[in-house]
Ligand binder design. Structure first.
Ligand SMILES: Cc1cc2nc3c(=O)[nH]c(=O)nc-3n(C[C@H](O)[C@H](O)[C@H](O)COP(=O)(O)OP(=O)(O)OC[C@H]3O[C@@H](n4cnc5c(N)ncnc54)[C@H](O)[C@@H]3O)c2cc1C
Length: 358
């Protein structure tokens, strides 16, 4: 295929879900794309609880002739949400755990990727654009300006139960939205039990859960921080001076702050960058890509402001901006687009309960 893009060669550092999806799209467009990935492909792993909205991701994968159904491990019937000791059963809409590492490896098979190569700073390559898809690391574009980055420590265990304490998805947000605990089913009695907490209480919360529900086996323990600062707050998203560099996925803040959900937002950001690259008639307009991300994920901005005020105990009913953000979030979570993004299908009442103080 002959590409119409002014960009002949693109280098993507990091072949996680964002980088691998972007690479797969660009190679189909006839753009010479090369990935550089720190992990070994034969042992590729993604520290993540592997849950996403099947409805949300399906169309993106279809655009490259892939089918999410082949990767689904366990679809939720609903999700238990533990709000300050009261358990609510919230409907879901095709929320599922899926084999995320297998999907990533399959996506990355469709273009050249150098494994295992860890990049630090701008790699020495001949390219029209370098994409930083290294997730929380931002190994190419570098740290955020003005301390505008916020990452939460997170940890999880892969456990097996002969008699699981619950046979469905379960989450327990912590007071003031400093984080939450999750229990997500996989297959063969296996579950991810994990938590992330800004105030570092996540290990204690996991221990308490496991003391109450002791598993028969612990198969794996792993952790990594997760970014919750969204595009717009997180800067820079690109560097135009010298070699053009831009960020995508979690490196660009494409993570829903209240839920830590970053898989589908990462794919959405990669699709947005793909469109910019494939339509670039002269140089790529990275400023407008960054502005597009900020607009697209503006509800993430509201979620970020809301959780930050909650965490600092500054969200009062008299605070008009915090109340407006809370209302916007309640409407978003119960809306069609919210359902598509999160895989949750709360009623307006459930959504209100999730954003009220507790
Ligand atoms: C414990 C935990 C649980 C989570 N659970 C969920 C969930 O259930 N659902 C959900 O939607 N989101 C979840 N997330 C968030 C989600 O995992 C990420 O937001 C999403 O995977 C981001 O995709 P990405 O491709 O941008 O980055 P990553 O998935 O982090 O991929 C980055 C890639 O870059 C590679 N890399 C890193 N540094 C370098 C380097 N210097 N040189 C070369 N390569 C490099 C990495 O090996 C990796 O392959 C979770 C996060 C954590 C920490």
């Amino acid at each position: 295929m002959i590409t119409a893009s002014a960009l002949a060669r693109v280098t993507i550092v990091g072949a996680g879900v964002a980088g691998a999806y972007l690479g797969a799209k660009l190679s189909r467009e006839g753009i010479d794309v090369e990935g550089i990935e720190a992990q070994d492909i034969s042992k590729y792993h993604s520290v993540c609880a592997w849950a996403t909205s099947v409805d949300g991701i399906r169309g993106y994968l279809r655009s490259i002739d892939m089918d999410i159904d082949g990767y689904i491990i366990r679809e939720a019937d609903g999700i238990y949400v533990d709000l300050g000791g009261r358990l609510y059963r919230v409907p879901t809409r095709h929320l599922a755990t899926f084999d995320k590492p297998a999907l990533i490896v399959d996506l990355a098979r469709s273009f050249k990727v150098r494994y295992p190569v860890r990049v630090r700073g701008i790699p020495d390559v001949r390219s029209d654009l370098i994409v930083d898809a290294t997730g929380v690391h931002r190994s190419v574009i570098g740290p955020a300006e003005d301390g505008a980055d916020l990452v939460l420590p997170a940890y999880q265990l892969l456990v097996r139960y002969r008699n699981p304490p619950m046979d469905d998805f379960y989450v327990k947000p912590f007071p003031r939205y400093t984080g939450y605990l999750w229990y997500f089913p996989l297959t063969n009695g296996e579950f991810f039990v994990g938590a992330g907490d800004l105030h570092h209480g996540h290990l204690k919360q996991i221990s308490e859960f496991l003391d109450k529900h002791p598993p028969d086996e612990v198969l794996r323990r792993e952790g990594r921080p997760i970014r919750i600062s969204p595009p717009g707050i997180l800067r820079p998203l690109f560097r135009a001076a010298g070699m053009a560099v831009t960020a995508v996925g979690e490196a660009a803040g494409a993570v829903l702050p209240m839920l830590g959900e970053g898989i589908l937002p990462s794919v959405i950001s990669a699709e947005m960058l793909f469109e910019r690259i494939s339509n670039a008639s002269e140089a790529i307009d990275l400023q407008s890509y960054a502005e597009g991300l900020t607009r697209k994920f503006s509800v993430f901005g509201a979620a970020y402001r809301f959780v930050r005020k909650k965490q600092l105990d500054e969200c009062r009913i008299s605070d008009i901006s915090c109340t407006a953000d809370a209302l916007r979030l309640a409407l978003f979570f119960s809306s069609r687009s919210g359902r598509r993004l999160t895989g949750l299908a709360p009623t307006l009442r459930h959504a209100y309960l999730a954003v009220r103080p507790f």
